[in-house]
Design a protein around this ligand. Structure first.
Ligand code: COA
Ligand code: AMP
Length: 641
């Protein structure tokens, strides 16, 4: 601990300046961006709680990501490395080649009538065309909304309904290790379910599966490769770059809106000072472009900073073995890898001694960053021991777009405390509050909130929904943003993120709403009532588990009903929900006021010590829950670390 307390170096000075003088701090940081017209002010705080970064500034995010590197003479530098073990492909694009494709794609979008401010939904797998499409939208000032490929048709439909895009860009299929996922039937179904008037769907045909195109509506991807290149459209710093939907506590996803200027300033700061990268080096975020990590650190961060970025289509294990990640790091000279702890848990299970690591030369590999879910100390220590590099857990959310807490490797590497996310990043003034809004002292767990204004890069609102933005994030604690996470700050100022305060769970680093799963289950005709809670899982960290009460008089075999329910969740939310375990019970445990005791059911399933809450309506219900869980094998014998 002594070692930790001594740290009052460069990070501390930088952080303090960012809180006490954000205008000076971010104004200086904004010099890394190419502005067509410089901003008038760093921060517009005239209408709190809405804040705007760099108003008056004009820029283009695609220009910053591609053109400026080519103009600076770095056109032959590697920009994108597409590595796809599932198709046996490795393909590299220089900055010049990527710019050429993006400019043509932008020209194609233009020819189809897409204007600045129009929305374009991108429902595509991890292929270069997806990155090209995102950058092409940015180039002409269109607002993209990427929808992760593991979502089912109704989820895609609800996003289309909210974003009201002019076009949807998609592909014939995605490729999972064990199967081909046809995207087109999902897209067709989503459009049937949606009220939006989409003019065209542009389909990238992959050789693994050809999709049938609907005459008039669907167009082949070649319309985006054969058009004359389009120049960059300058947009305001505060104009939206993209909308990214994320799970809320209900079935309705929230459309996080990201601006152009603040976003770029924050990402460029983070590439240098958080991840410690240099232009020309290779950065790899092993995530998916459908998630925020993919937006920020597969596409916009590394490219704007002049790095090479890896687009990996595959899994951490099984393609071909538990050495899949080490092959990519060694072959492409990756300096920094960023992924979710779940990926490392799956590698550790297949190769506990780390033997596959020894087969590769990882001498140039510098650091591993983990995020997306709480990182158990065992996983962090295993990675550190076997890779021989610092392993950094850092904490962020779709809403913030970049890390709230982390270890600023490019400033100074602070001592690592496994289980903690180190310290707040610049601009994040973090406090811990009790339910009544009183600030808690160090070491005490409570709601983690951030004092307004949030730093550049964070959400500016929810798409077309200022009301929900205020209600969800800003009203509970006036003048603070509610992260939805609970945790504490220790005596050394380190952040410990322990759990969510709402009905969101993290499965394999993916964010899921248990409320959304409950909505699907409740729509089954035989279901009277249900509750879904997250329980520990050895690989995925947490998985959803359903407790289901059937309607009186239902005589069908419960196992048949459960199978139907599992399939319904897969069809309506998607395979990504990982909803496979559920049990039928006669009643749900409730407090006397009728509140379902989800936390108690979770604790029984997790095998954590628990007591019957004094307010419970009928303690006998818990015995039934316990019995049902033990039939399912809970608590599991193999405990996650
Ligand atoms: N399209 C269609 N289906 C998809 C999909 C996609 N893009 N991505 C995942 N799925 C499917 C999977 O095939 C799986 O289907 P199944 O139930 O038939 O097996 C299901 O959705 C659940 O996927 P996932 O939770 O990812 O489990 P998995 O067993 O396929 O892989 C990991 C587990 C840990 C290997 C994987 O989640 C991983 O690599 N995660 C780490 C990186 C990451 O993406 N982090 C996110 C934020 S940083
Ligand atoms: P998402 O918006 O999908 O990125 O999920 C964000 C949520 O994931 C956060 O609010 C946290 O609950 C959780 N999370 C992300 N990173 C971490 C981390 N390093 N430690 C603990 N929880 C994390």
């Amino acid at each position: 601990m002594e070692e930790v307390e001594k740290v009052t170096g460069r990070y501390e000075a930088l952080y303090q300046e960012s809180i006490q003088n954000p205008v000076e701090f971010w104004g200086r940081a904004s010099n890394t961006v190419h502005w067509k017209r410089c901003w008038d002010r760093v921060l517009d705080d005239a209408e709190p709680p809405f804040y705007r970064w760099f108003p008056g500034g004009m820029l283009n995010t695609c220009y910053n990501a591609l053109d400026r590197h080519v103009e600076a003479g770095d056109g032959d530098r590697t920009a994108l490395i597409y590595d796809s073990p599932v198709t046996g492909t490795v393909r590299k694009y220089t900055y010049r080649a990527l710019l050429d494709q993006v400019a043509r794609c932008a020209g194609g979008l233009r020819r189809l009538g897409v204007q600045k401010g129009d929305r374009v939904v991108i429902y595509m797998p991890m292929i270069p065309e997806t990155v090209v499409a995102m950058l092409a939208c940015a180039r002409i000032g269109a607002i993209h909304s990427v929808v992760f490929g593991g979502f089912a048709a109704p989820e895609l439909a609800s996003r289309i309904n909210d974003a009201m895009p002019r076009l949807v860009l998609s592909a014939s299929c995605g490729i999972e290790v064990n199967r081909i996922v046809p995207y087109k039937p999902l897209l067709d179904r989503a459009l049937e379910l949606s009220d939006a008037r989409v003019e065209h769907c542009i389909i990238c045909q992959r050789p693994q599966l050809e999709a049938e195109l609907i005459d008039g509506r669907d167009l082949d991807w070649s319309v985006l490769t054969t058009a004359p290149p389009a120049p960059c459209t300058m947009v305001a710093s505060t104009d939206p770059l993209y909308i990214l939907y994320t799970s809320g506590t209900t079935g309705k996803p929230k459309g996080v809106v990201r601006d152009n200027g603040g976003h770029l300033v924050a990402l460029l700061w983070s590439m240098r000072y958080l991840y410690g990268m240099e232009p020309g080096e290779v950065f790899w975020a092993a995530s998916d472009v459908g998630w925020v990590v993919g937006h920020s650190y597969i596409v916009y961060g590394p490219l704007s900073y002049g790095c090479g970025t890896v687009l990996y289509e595959g899994k951490p294990v099984g393609t071909p073995d538990a050495g899949a990640f080490w092959r990519v790091i060694s072959e492409h000279r990756v300096r920094v890898l960023f992924t979710a702890p779940t990926a490392f848990r799956s590698i550790k299970r297949e190769d506990p001694e780390g033997r596959c690591i020894e087969k590769y030369n990882l001498s140039h590999f510098r650091m591993l960053f983990l995020a997306g879910e709480r990182c158990d100390p065992d996983t962090l220590l295993w990675a550190r021991e076997h890779l021989g590099v610092p392993v950094i857990d850092h904490w962020w959310q779709t809403e913030t777009g970049w890390a709230i807490g982390g270890n600023p490797a490019g400033v100074e590497l602070l001592p690592v405390k496994p289980g903690s996310c180190t310290k707040p990043m610049p601009g994040y003034d973090i406090r811990v509050m009790d339910e009544g809004g009183s600030e808690l002292p160090r070491e005490q767990t409570g709601n983690i909130v951030v004092r307004l204004p949030l730093p550049p890069g964070c959400l500016t609102t929810l798409w077309n929904n200022n009301r929900d933005f205020l209600e969800t994030y800003l009203e509970a604690f006036p003048n603070y943003y509610v992260t939805g996470d609970a945790g504490y700050i220790d005596r050394d100022g380190y952040l410990w993120i322990m759990s969510r305060t709402d009905d969101i769970i993290n499965t394999a680093g993916h964010r899921l709403s248990t409320g959304a799963i409950e909505e699907v289950i409740s729509s089954h005709p035989d279901v009277a009532e249900c509750a879904v809670t997250g329980v520990k899982d050895e690989i995925k960290g947490e998985i959803p588990l359903g407790f289901i009460v059937l309607k009186a008089g239902v005589r069908r075999d419960p196992s048949g009903i459960l199978r139907e329910i599992v399939q319904m969740v897969r069809d309506r939310i998607g395979p990504i929900a990982s909803f496979k375990v559920a049990c039928v019970v006669r009643r749900l445990p409730k407090t006397r006021s009728g509140k379902i005791l989800r936390g108690t059911m979770k604790r029984i399933a997790d095998g954590d010590s628990w007591g019957i809450p004094p307010t419970i309506e009928d303690p006998a219900v818990l015995e039934e829950i316990q019995g049902a869980l033990s039939e399912l094998g809970y608590p599991k014998k193999t405990r996650p670390p």
